[in-house]
Write a protein that binds this ligand. Structure first.
Ligand code: COA
Length: 160
């Protein structure tokens, strides 16, 4: 497998990958595609890596970027792996790629926002096991009963 930067030909594949994820609504898929289009147009606020398997199939992607008006804080906006090939370590590889890219840009803090809905329990476990700690909870943010959770990881240079 290899991780590489996004290319225009990836868009169609990423659309079907996002649509296949039970976690994402049609609106969220649309928002993710807008971000992918921004990245393809060269917007430096949206940095996208894709993971390609040995048979050259794009199996997942991640999108991160610097948070405006901060020094060294980045957001992980999206991470998704094709449901057919989850639990094989691809998500971890993508997360590491994002972290290494943030470090290479002198980033020091990576934040991930997610929902408190039960459907995100596995995703939250994935973040926690990759070193992210719950930093904040905004109750009823998305809708009543659906909190926004903000996870954070301090990225010290040279430490995995
Ligand atoms: C969250 C997500 C990106 C993780 O991707 P993934 O490829 O399944 O992640 P990994 O395989 O690296 O890790 C998942 C689990 O597989 C296990 N695993 C990793 N490599 C493995 C291997 N070779 N064999 C068996 N299990 C393995 C890990 O232990 C890990 O378990 P844990 O989460 O309990 O620690 C993926 O589940 C996803 O796309 N979810 C839907 C979209 C989503 O919610 N995105 C986040 C909001 S933007």
């Amino acid at each position: 497998m290899r991780v590489r930067t996004l290319q225009p030909d990836d868009r169609f594949r990423l659309e079907s990958l996002l649509s296949a994820s039970v976690n994402f609504t049609a609106e969220e898929v649309g928002t993710a595609l807008e971000v992918i289009d921004e990245a393809l147009e060269g917007d430096p606020d949206y940095l996208v890596n894709v993971l390609e398997t040995d048979d050259a199939e794009v199996a997942g992607f991640e999108c991160h970027g610097p948070v405006p008006l901060t020094i060294g804080t980045f957001d992980l906006y999206w991470i998704a792996v094709d449901p057919r090939v989850q639990n094989r370590g691809f998500g971890r590889v993508l997360l590491r790629a994002a972290e290494n890219d943030v470090r290479s840009r002198e980033g020091r803090l990576l934040l991930i926002e997610t929902s408190s809905q039960p459907g995100y329990a596995a995703t939250i476990g994935f973040y926690e096991r990759n070193g992210y700690a719950l930093e904040a909870r905004i109750r009823d943010f998305y809708r009543v009963g659906d909190d926004k959770l903000i996870f954070a990881k301090s990225l010290v240079p040279g430490v995995d």
